[in-house]
Ligand binder design. Structure first.
Ligand code: HSE
Length: 298
């Protein structure tokens, strides 16, 4: 038996929701092929598109590390699986590259065994891959990559993930400048404590964003896309961030912020035409300071 799976890029944090909010985009994404074979054990047969950067050791690769736990859970430790990973996403981009691989892996192995686990039950396995990738099992990339749409991680312990409404006309323009930011580093520079006054502003925005999504109130969504805690620190890792944000707002974005741990910058807006315009404006803004970038609209 043989299966193929795709898992999409994701925008984590969504401005105000550090580690608790994320949404999936249409593209890019990673693809994985898995095949049941007679010889027990997991073998990574090939990885394309990674320029040799990913480990071929299945216990050390984000796409396969959780497969061991999955096999243990379903009592199939002796299974033989061959894996081919097609890495189609840039590394250190803030687009949930490691999550896409790990979710594709978890989804594929579940399908290979005729889906013994529900999508919800797969989430902890996918989070394990994230722990290998960046040292923290945050779920704001893996959960939306697995479920699709917009997701809130209400609690990590116990894990409580809530799917949110996605208003019909809500579109996203993400631009990925060709610089690399490691999630580990981008997490290490954050302060461990925040002033209460900042927390009040941030949770006001989180509530506003969720209410805006549920009520399909685009103005409220726009007003709530603010991050007073993480962005002031992480934006220093993204050359031209303020100019790019200004260009996006000028082009009609309802809100613009760092995608995940950066350096990609996402904007939300109403309608695909506007998303195209905003993405192009951001590409131009990066170009004006000598940085090439790719754009994705969903
Ligand atoms: N919430 C995570 C972070 C996402 O901001 O570190 C990483 O893509």
């Amino acid at each position: 038996k043989e299966v193929k799976a795709f898992a999409p890029a994701t925008v984590a944090n969504v401005a105000c929701g550090f580690d608790i909010l994320g949404f999936a985009v249409d593209s890019p994404g990673d693809e994985i092929e898995m095949k049941l074979v007679d010889k027990p054990g997991i073998v990574i047969k090939d990885i394309t598109g990674d320029e040799g950067r990913l480990s071929r050791d299945p216990r050390d690769n984000t796409a396969t590390v959780s497969v061991y736990q999955f096999l243990e859970r379903i009592g199939a430790e002796k299974a033989g699986i061959e894996v081919v990973l097609h890495k189609k996403m840039p590394f250190g981009s803030g687009l949930g590259s490691s999550s896409a691989s790990t979710v594709a892996g978890a989804f594929a192995v579940n399908a290979l065994f005729d889906n013994p686990l529900t999508t919800e039950e797969l989430l902890p396995f996918a989070m394990e891959g994230e722990r290998v990738a960046c040292g923290a099992a945050h779920a704001d990339n893996v959960a939306p990559a697995l479920y699709g749409g917009f997701v809130l991680v209400r609690s990590y312990d116990p894990l409580d993930v809530v799917r949110l409404n996605v208003p019909e006309e809500l579109c996203c323009a993400v631009v990925h400048p060709h610089i690399e930011v490691s999630t580990k580093d981008a997490r290490n520079i954050l302060r461990g404590e925040i002033p209460l006054v900042d927390a009040v502003r941030q949770w006001g925005n989180v509530g506003g964003l969720i209410a805006g999504l549920e009520q399909e109130n685009y103005d409220l969504i726009g007003r709530s896309l603010q991050d007073v805690i993480v962005e002031p620190i992480r934006s220093m890792l993204i050359p031209g961030f303020d100019e790019v944000k200004r260009a996006a707002i000028y082009a009609g974005s309802m809100g613009t912020a760092i995608s995940g741990s950066g350096p990609s910058v996402f904007s939300l807006c109403r309608g695909m035409d506007k998303a195209e315009r905003i993405a192009k404006a951001k590409v131009e803004a990066f170009k004006s300071i000598g940085i090439e970038s790719d754009m994705f609209v969903s």
